[in-house]
Ligand binder design. Structure first.
Ligand code: CP
Length: 316
């Protein structure tokens, strides 16, 4: 396994979910696999969960882990080609990436969408340079268009918590004061499409996700109707894809509250975190027994551990 961006990269999802269960029940079983192997975690953007869960997963597997905040700890990196480097960025990513590959066995990279240009963001220029030039396996710690470790953890959490064979899972847009990327909802939809669930997506007009993700997915414009009989409510904000990166609505009638949760089949409430309380979800819902956000975050260790284990096996 040389890269982790999509569900296809991990192969049979059933097997991956079984591996996740094994990793959760016995996190130190594969300590020998990572001995004398180094994991480099690079962050172009902030993180709490991805950073700590990835460190923990690496250490569970016996790996050495190096974490670098590119903006604070290293030279500022120029990522554009053909520019005259007479500004404040003294190193080009084209040299930095293969050098970093010399110091580790696996690289994880977080680099969000920049919102300057949709086609550029959707061509994933940063993580693709790591895949092309690092010489080592690369894991997305959230790229411009995808957050696969989150989606894998979300799927595992749903499989752990489901009370019916084929649960109804609703991805709902909710308001937020800032323009957020589409990476989390894109990956959530991409992974749920492969899973034994009935997925429904609901959002206000103008918030359609990219067609390559939404193809074949049930869209319901009425949020209340979408919530009816749901087993899982997954709330998330994202900015517009069509009016790229723009905030088209901050309509707080889309905030997930107790009245909406009462329409569901006593659904579990999920969010990837960090979450803006009383914008995305009310205090009452996030603190209710139906909220499984902490278990969901805990499973980030599990999803990373499965991915790392497969990569370690492939380079052993
Ligand atoms: N959900 C998630 O990826 O959290 P962080 O941004 O804190 O890593």
């Amino acid at each position: 396994m040389r890269r982790f961006l999509t569900p296809g990269d991990i192969g049979d999802l059933k097997v991956a979910l079984e591996d996740a269960k094994l990793a959760k029940n016995n996190p130190y079983a594969d300590q020998a696999l990572g001995r004398n192997k180094t994991l480099l975690l690079l962050f172009f953007n902030s993180s709490l969960r991805t950073r700590l869960s990835s460190q923990r997963a690496g250490s569970n597997l016996g790996m050495n882990v190096i974490v670098m905040d590119v903006n604070k700890d290293g030279w500022q990196l120029e990522t554009e080609y053909g520019v005259i480097m007479d500004g404040d960025k003294p190193e080009h990513i084209r040299e930095a990436v293969p050098v970093m590959g010399e110091y580790c066995d696996i690289i994880g990279v977080r680099s969000f969408a920049r919102f300057d240009n949709r086609e550029e963001d959707y061509s994933e220029p940063i993580i693709n340079q790591f895949i092309k030039y690092s010489g080592v396996p690369v894991i997305s710690l959230e790229s411009a268009t995808r957050h696969p470790l989150q989606a894998f953890a979300d799927l595992f959490t749903i499989m752990e918590k489901k009370k019916v064979d084929r649960p109804k899972v609703v991805l709902t847009w909710a308001p937020h004061p800032r323009a957020l990327p589409q990476a989390v909802p894109n990956s959530f939809v991409e992974w749920m499409k492969e899973a034994p669930v009935d997925l429904v997506v609901t959002h206000p007009e103008g918030y359609e996700l990219a067609p390559e993700f939404m193809k074949g997915v049930h869209y319901e414009p009425d949020q209340n109707k979408a919530f009816e009989g749901a087993d899982f409510i997954y709330a998330k904000n994202w900015s517009s894809y069509s009016a790229y990166g723009q905030i088209l609505s901050q309509d707080r009638s889309w905030t997930v509250d107790e009245t909406k949760m009462a329409l569901t089949n006593e659904a579990c409430f999920m969010h990837c975190l960090p979450v803006r309380r009383n914008m995305i979800v009310t205090d009452a819902v996030i603190e209710s027994p139906q909220s499984i956000i902490i278990e969901e975050a805990a499973n980030r260790v599990v999803s990373m551990q499965v991915v790392l284990k497969r990569m370690l096996q492939s380079i052993a």
